[in-house]
Design a protein around this ligand. Structure first.
Ligand code: COA
Length: 153
């Protein structure tokens, strides 16, 4: 990630300290459960095997996403739980996080497309990274979603 103030961490679950994992799960529940007013199982078994991408500003977790391996959630590597902490929004961090994640995917699984289940209100955001919708809009945990695919670079 280009910003010198940000430290990026790309790790499997066992590569995170207890405090780092706590920060990630705390922020995920603050955004996806509380802010989005959605009762759902945010912590799931994908957390055990996926890659976690954390962007730190000092000791504050500023942005987070996870990537499930090909053949896990989808046949393709899949980005999920994409978030920027409320205090850091609107500063381009989401853009940086996605760019970093797609680079990591290309390094880890060369030649593989990426599939996501995107919240529909962010369709244009993801289209900006080369994702195209491949499904009708559907409800997931009562939030409108659309499946999107990004061809291999
Ligand atoms: C979506 C999210 C990650 C964007 O993070 P961010 O750091 O504020 O994003 P950026 O500053 O990099 O903005 C990038 C682009 O995102 C889009 N965007 C950001 N927030 C948006 C919103 N609320 N609605 C629609 N588009 C939005 C815009 O197109 C923006 O481009 P712009 O510069 O032309 O405005 C952040 O708003 C968030 O955490 N939302 C809650 C969690 C969520 O819904 N995650 C997505 C799950 S699929």
């Amino acid at each position: 990630m280009p910003s010198p103030e940000l430290r990026v961490q790309w790790a499997r679950l066992d590569g995170l300290s207890a405090r780092e994992l706590h920060a990630a799960l705390q922020l995920r529940s603050a955004v996806f459960v509380v802010e989005q007013n959605c009762v759902y199982h945010d912590v799931d078994d994908y957390d055990l095997q996926c890659w976690h991408l954390l962007a730190w500003s000092g000791d504050q977790l500023a942005a987070y996403l996870r990537v499930t391996d090909p053949g896990s959630k989808y046949p393709e590597p899949s980005l999920g739980r994409v978030l920027t902490a409320p205090a850091f929004r609107g500063q381009g961090l989401g853009q940086l996080l996605l760019t970093e994640a797609l680079q990591r995917c290309a390094q880890t699984w060369p030649g593989q497309p990426n599939r996501i289940s995107a919240q529909h209100y962010l369709l244009k955001f993801y289209q900006g990274f080369g994702f195209a919708p491949v499904s009708e809009v559907y409800q997931e945990d009562e939030i409108p979603h659309v499946e999107m695919l990004r061809p291999a670079a």
